[in-house]
Design a protein around this ligand. Structure first.
Ligand code: ATR
Length: 262
């Protein structure tokens, strides 16, 4: 039986086992997918004594995404540019790490809009923001970054050669096509970084938060007639990409979406 896992600390709310088990059923793959809590101080030994001899792949979540790279044999270009690994897999006998959050975000967005040539405003400069900046640059969008702590936005904008915005109050919302919330504002609270007056039907709004699914950010956008993309799409599409890497097959995202809501 093939073995897969999601590792993090803590790991209680992970949707990964449900999503991947739905895929195993769909393709009748004999495999198991566990959620395993690995404390940071045990990560190196877990990779060496558990993952290497026993596992075909793993999803990696907080707080290991930025630190696991040094225990692997190789890293994809996406993982090294983003500075985070969310997927472990074997490549010709070597333990490799990549990042599927970027393709997950892009595919999620593409359910509503083609970002190529569009002006995209990204709010927030944490780990998720790096994956989304990378994805949107690859898709040839015109990317702008805002962050509460201005210096972080400046640094990140310089690294990825994109523009940064100091004050949201000073911009004309109509100048932007796509607005993405990667901040933790709205996570388990009905608050938004943007005022409701920001939005118009011209916009596509994407929030990576999926608890709740309808955030204040998306509710305001929807009320103004904008297109919206909810956070479950990113989670599902990044998992579909993991499934392709591990099993070499393209899974219908609806199979994982059903498991997400199931
Ligand atoms: P992740 O890795 O999930 O992206 P993170 O690294 O903790 O999360 O980043 C959280 C982001 O939310 C940051 O951009 C943070 O802004 P700062 O860099 O100024 O801390 C942003 N954030 C958190 N609380 C915020 C708030 N009340 N208003 C605006 N931005 C906020």
């Amino acid at each position: 039986m093939k073995k897969f896992a999601v590792i993090g600390f803590p790991i209680t709310h992970s949707k990964s086992p449900a999503l991947h088990n739905a895929g195993f059923q769909e393709f009748q793959i004999e495999a198991e997918f566990e959620a395993i809590e690995v404390p940071p101080e045990n990560l190196e030994l877990w990779i060496k004594n558990e993952f290497r001899p026993n596992f075909q792949g793993a999803a990696v979540t907080i707080p290991h995404k930025e630190t696991i790279g040094k225990f692997l044999d190789l890293e994809s270009e996406a993982a090294s540019k983003i500075g985070a690994v969310n997927t472990l897999y074997w490549e010709k006998g070597k333990l490799a790490g990549t990042n599927t959050d970027c393709i997950g975000a892009l595919k999620a967005l593409q359910t509503r809009v083609n970002p190529s040539g569009k002006k995209a405003l990204i709010l927030g400069a944490g780990g998720a923001s790096r994956a989304i900046i990378f994805a949107l640059c690859m898709a040839q969008a015109d990317v702008f970054l805002w962050n509460r702590t201005k210096e972080k936005a400046e640094r990140l904008a310089q690294e990825f050669k994109i523009s940064h915005i100091d004050l949201l109050e000073k911009i004309n919302p109509e100048d932007f096509d796509i607005i993405i919330n990667t901040t933790s504002v709205g996570l388990n609270e009905m608050k938004s970084v943007l005022p409701a007056s920001f939005w118009s039907p011209h916009h596509t709004a994407f929030d990576i938060v999926y608890s709740p699914l309808e955030t204040q950010f998306l509710r305001d956008a929807q009320n103004a007639g904008a297109h919206v993309v909810t956070g479950d799409h990113m989670l599902v599409h990044q998992a579909v990409e993991q499934f392709r890497i591990w099993h070499g097959v393209d899974l219908d995202p609806d199979v994982m979406s059903e498991a997400f809501f199931g």
